[in-house]
Ligand binder design. Sequence first.
Ligand code: APR
Length: 250
Amino acid sequence: MDIDDKIKRAAEWIKNSRHTTVFTGAGISVESGIPPFRGKGGIWNKYDPNLLELRFFRAHPEKSWSIIKEIIYDFFGQAEPNDAHKGIAELEKMGYVKAVITQNVDHLHQDAGSKTVYEFHGTSRTLSCMICGSQYDARRISYQVMPPRCSGCMGILKPDFIFFGEGIPKEASMLSFYEAQIADLFLVIGTTGEVMPACQVPLQAKDNGARIIEINLEPSNFTPWVTDIFLQGKATEIMNRLVEEVKENK
Ligand code: APR
């Protein structure tokens, strides 16, 4: 079956599904200028992920903050949602997509207009003081003096995304695995499917009888044995065609 037939079939599945859930990874934001973690241009090819390990951050906050500033806050707020984020928001508005589960911390789904978004790895949009817990809007912090500190108690601020070795936000985890129970269709976009426990969400959906449509530049861990329709290509291009196809025979 060629890509055109696959897109037609995927659009049929979306139109006939009772409950479609979207599951995204870093690949969906690459065309917004945010590098992925693995593969070509991946962040972990350049930086040591141990710098973002929770114990390391607690022991050497200034070292951790040097990479956090470079990979996130140096170009913070410059990334815009792309056609893939917007296409998902449009499918939600049309009543097809019921929720987005994202591993990304860039807030681009919300910026594109998606209303129901579960941030499985937290968000970079806010930071919390490690001593008093005060929360700050990331857009209102100066990153000139490192590490950034709480204006109330001078405690070091930690971004509200999860570090390696840190627990998944409880509500996002509970709601995401609930989606895996009730969805009859998962649209998995731009993820290697390598990181636990996030990668278990599409697996559980599959075990519960959901069908899986995957969009990715390359095959992922899901492709050989979880994915039912693999749409190989850039997320923006594939999503544009998919949304057009859904609209055409609405
Ligand atoms: N369109 C579609 N897919 C793309 C594109 C694109 N333009 N560019 C890259 N990809 C795909 C890659 O083929 C790869 O499968 O996106 C995926 C990116 O993989 P990762 O960088 O591993 O991202 P992700 O799977 O989200 O990583 C999961 O790892 O380091 C942790 O917390 C971090 O949330 C992240 C988690």
